[in-house]
Unconditional design. Structure first.
Length: 343
């Protein structure tokens, strides 16, 4: 798929980025470029991979020239760099604007100018009905992609698309590694609201979603991967049972700033303009221009009847299913082996 291709991943030292780098190398990529700010993480990944097909660029998506330098000669771009923590963005919303909105605009503009074949931007379920700064900034990123795609049109050299997914299991800053650390330290597991539901997606599924977008995207498409969900309390019970500590204490600390009871991956309005692709939804770009009268005069297409697709109405995982999913993660397997060795 990527033979003789040069590929750029922004935020390539993050959880998704590292997994994507390895996946691209396995598919025979000629060169994989990593653009990120963290010199230490780049050095660690360089030593870990030991592959001279990977080139590292120190830079920041907030700086157009950093992006422009890294993107020259690339065939495809996977834009994963972002501020992702809800509380951080809530307390410092201007930083979310600089990275998630202005930084994304830099990547989009630089990609178009460089004539890349495909540019895929990674979004989040928090961009749907956003109530926090992180979700709002990601929603604006999606709008930037759609606006640029609308301007480019279907005959352009560059195809712009987005993907949207929920919680990536065991990603940096997520709840699962936190809960495991608390168990190992003998501290209570801290949860916000037991009945909260969240989509659960292994990293491998987020990579599969991006690959699906690369192979199927039309101009401006947004892809959503269908995913199961779990309540927070069932996730905690599953982790405790796996680690053999069913009576480990749990402390309810209350809702964090701007959290939701459940997350939505696609709204009913979006699904009315979508294609069901089995494991995925393709949300199709609205190509109308600002002259709305002809569309009104001609009448709208028949509207399908959809509900919002969210973590309360998707497939709900049982505790056993949660455990099975957790055990499919190499990181959890390693944590369990280390835990058993110490006990």
């Amino acid at each position: 798929m990527f033979e003789n291709k040069t590929l750029l991943i922004t935020g390539g030292t993050g959880s998704f980025g590292k997994t994507m780098v390895r996946s691209l190398l396995e598919t025979g990529a000629m060169e994989v470029r990593v653009l990120s700010r963290d010199e230490e993480k780049q050095d660690a990944l360089r030593n870990e991979l030991g592959d001279d097909r990977v080139r590292f660029y120190i830079g920041d998506v907030r700086d157009f020239h950093s992006v422009e330098r890294a993107i020259q000669g690339s065939h495809c771009v996977f834009h994963a760099a972002a501020l992702k923590q809800v509380p951080s963005c809530e307390f410092f919303p201007q930083e979310a604007v600089r990275t998630n909105i202005m930084g994304s605009d830099n990547v989009i503009r630089a990609g178009i100018a460089a004539g890349v074949e495909s540019l895929i931007c990674l979004s989040t379920d928090k961009a749907v009905f956003p109530v926090n700064a992180m979700g709002m900034s990601k929603a604006m990123m999606e709008k930037l992609v759609q606006s640029a795609a609308r301007e480019l049109g279907t005959g352009a050299k560059t195809t712009l698309s987005s993907v949207r997914y929920g919680n990536v299991m065991y990603s940096r800053g997520s709840s699962i590694p936190l809960f495991i650390r608390q168990i190992k330290a003998g501290k209570p597991i801290t949860i916000t609201e037991p009945t909260m539901t969240r989509f659960l997606m292994p990293l491998r599924d987020s990579v599969a979603l991006v690959m699906h977008a690369f192979t199927h995207a039309n101009q401006g498409d947004l892809f959503v991967k269908k995913a199961p969900a779990s309540t927070i309390v069932d996730l905690v019970v599953g982790i405790k049972e796996l680690f053999g500590v069913p009576d480990h204490p749990v402390e309810i600390i209350g809702w964090r700033h701007a959290e939701k009871l459940y997350e939505t991956l696609a709204s009913a309005q979006e699904l009315n303009c979508s294609e069901d692709m089995g494991d995925f939804f393709r949300i199709i770009l609205d190509q109308r221009n600002l002259n709305y009268k002809p569309y009104f005069s001609e009448g709208a297409a028949q509207v399908k009847l959809y509900a919002d697709y969210h973590s309360h109405n998707t497939t709900q995982l049982s505790i056993q299913s949660v455990k099975d999913l957790l055990m499919s993660l190499p990181e959890v397997q390693a944590e369990l082996m280390h835990w058993e060795d110490k006990r």
